[in-house]
Write a protein that binds this ligand. Structure first.
Ligand SMILES: NC(=O)c1ccc[n+]([C@@H]2O[C@H](COP(=O)([O-])OP(=O)(O)OC[C@H]3O[C@@H](n4cnc5c(N)ncnc54)[C@H](OP(=O)(O)O)[C@@H]3O)[C@@H](O)[C@H]2O)c1
Length: 278
């Protein structure tokens, strides 16, 4: 993305806002390089007030045609109506980036002008705090430069991994749904801390920092999680006693099964979104 590029978001919801915030905060783009249209006028107003970006109502999306990059950021259910509304303003030289969960590049390519370079992305909710784990894959016409531009966009809200498109469901099962698994772990840690005698505020503060600290240790040390776990579990110690309880309740198997089941669900939903069949 160069200093003259214009990026245009179709749909100005939570995900578009996270990306816009990241692009501005990391100074990847300036406000006049970012356009957005949303069917809700109040939302356009809100985004313009907050970020001083270009906002337009769908009937007057004049900057859309001039954009170098168009981000599809509405809900998957709105795909057909959005394409009816904007399809004629799209140009095959524009890079289209889709964050629509479950919508394949093949399906999108059917709706876009022939030859349009397309990148599909699967970010997660932590994009809102600049810590998304995003996976991207390219459509038929996507070249290295297109993937690199998409990487630069999503790097503004966290880390980016390239994957082959059939693995997008596994990404959804792991990092897409993953925040909820961690929230459940946090809930259980809080409840356990309270059951052990701590007050709720203290248990919450300790839980948050423990999760944050362990994630940082994983990232900073680059060592396998198994090694880090063994390092803190001395024989006859407290951590080992806790880990034994987790093994009794099949914690590791449960988490693996959660990821596999979410992956299968994503495959099913993707089929429904893409073909309308179950
Ligand atoms: N949020 C996440 O963490 C996350 C993670 C991965 C992928 N995604 C994907 O990101 C996309 C956006 O999700 P989101 O959470 O940002 O949803 P959202 O907050 O509901 O934002 C979508 C926005 O687009 C508007 N919209 C609908 N049809 C439109 C149209 N034809 N033209 C312009 N705007 C239109 C919606 O208005 P109305 O509300 O009036 O319909 C809404 O304001 C989805 O496809 C989702 O699969 C999101």
């Amino acid at each position: 993305m160069n200093k003259d590029s214009l990026i245009y978001f179709l749909g100005g919801g939570a995900m578009a806002e996270a990306l816009i915030k990241g692009l501005l905060e990391k100074k990847v783009m300036s406000p006049e390089q970012i356009g957005v249209t949303d069917i809700r006028p109040d939302r356009c107003h809100e985004l313009r007030e907050k970020y001083a970006i270009i906002t337009e109502y769908p009937q007057k999306a004049e900057h859309l045609m001039k954009a170098d990059i168009v981000v599809l950021a509405f809900k998957p259910k709105d795909l057909d109506s959005a394409m009816d509304a904007y399809g004629r303003d799209l140009r095959s030289k524009q890079l289209v980036i889709s964050v629509l969960a479950g919508v394949t590049t093949q399906r999108l390519e059917e709706l876009l002008p022939a030859g349009t370079p397309l990148v599909r992305a699967m970010p997660n909710t932590a994009a809102a705090v600049g810590l998304s784990a995003t996976a991207i894959c390219g459509g038929k016409q996507a070249q290295e430069a297109h993937l690199a531009a998409a990487e630069a966009l999503f790097a503004a809200t966290g880390i980016v991994q390239r994957v082959a498109e059939p693995l997008m469901d596994a990404v959804t099962g792991l990092s897409g749904s993953g925040p909820a698994y961690v929230y459940l772990l946090a809930e259980a840690m809080l409840a356990g801390g309270v059951a052990a005698g701590l007050d709720l505020n203290t248990a919450r503060a300790l839980t948050e920092q423990t999760l944050l600290g362990a994630a940082h240790m994983l990232q900073a040390s680059r060592r396998p999680p198994e090694e880090l776990r063994k390092q803190v579990s001395s024989p006859g110690g407290t951590t080992l006693a806790g880990l034994e309880a987790l093994a009794e309740y099949h914690f590791a198997e449960a988490v693996q099964e959660a990821i596999l089941r979410a992956t299968r669900r994503s495959q099913t939903l993707s089929k429904i979104v893409t073909t309308g069949t179950n």
